[in-house]
Design a protein. Structure first.
Length: 246
């Protein structure tokens, strides 16, 4: 899949100032790719601390109260258009997005896209002697078949979105946005606590297990060094991506 587009562009963005704008940028890039104004693009980005909830979850009976209260506790609430469940964002959680066109004669299925999305992450983790495997992680928030798990614990969650293309002269049928969230320098159990806190305040009984997720910081043997783990993972991800698209 990485060799079908004639060229990939890699965007390495600094920590966002506005989490909603950072989230909406993926949709903006998706629209550009769908219309033929932009080619295949990979994006690496980070958000300030917030909870990202789904449109469906805004219909919880206590959503308004949760959205009003959580900023007072340090976790502003923003809404995304894709499905799944609430997820935490904060510095040290890397978001990795692939946005690319699909053509009638060159079409990649859902599984192929997920595997392409995860492969740079798997290669980067392998550099740290961390072996990641695909699979559901029972009890985790935003669970799915294409989680990446290390030692049985979730380290990456994934999602996809498809946009039908408007009429264009490049023959583009649709554009795909594939997103991965990688916990690097993160308190995975603490993040789950805040997801559960949202559900509690919003009046929903669903809860997730804080003990089924982890982070690179908690797994990497040299994580007690002075290394900036997040910066290191940014570099390793970009190197892995370049290797795959070369």
């Amino acid at each position: 899949m990485f060799h079908r587009p004639p060229r990939w562009r890699f965007i390495d963005e600094p920590l966002a100032a506005d989490p909603l704008q950072a989230l909406e940028r993926d949709t903006y890039l998706l629209k550009e790719v769908a219309s033929g104004k932009r080619g295949a693009t990979a994006r690496l980005w980070e958000n300030p601390q917030c909870l990202v909830v789904t449109r469906k979850e805004t219909r919880f009976p206590g959503f308004s109260e949760a959205r009003e209260q959580l900023p007072n506790e340090g976790w502003p609430v923003i809404v995304r258009e894709s499905g799944g469940t609430t997820v935490p964002h904060h510095p040290g959680i890397l978001n990795f997005s692939l946005i690319f066109p699909q053509y009638p004669d060159i079409h990649f299925d859902l599984d192929t896209v997920y595997m392409a999305l995860c492969e740079p992450i798997r290669l980067a983790l392998k550099t740290l002697n961390l072996d990641a495997e695909y699979g559901e992680t029972k009890g985790s928030y935003c669970d799915g078949r294409y989680n990446l798990n290390v030692r049985g614990l979730k380290i990456t969650g994934t999602a996809q979105k498809i946009m039908v293309s408007p009429p264009n002269d490049k023959g583009i049928k649709q554009a795909v946005l594939a997103q991965a969230m990688l916990m690097v320098d993160a308190d995975a159990a603490g993040g789950t606590h805040w997801v559960n806190r949202f559900y509690e305040l919003a009046g929903n009984d669903r809860r997730f297990d804080p003990d089924v997720s982890t982070s690179i910081k908690d797994l990497w043997d040299d994580s007690d060094s002075d290394t900036d783990i997040t910066l290191m993972m940014r570099d390793l991800l970009q190197q892995a991506f370049i290797q795959l698209t070369r």
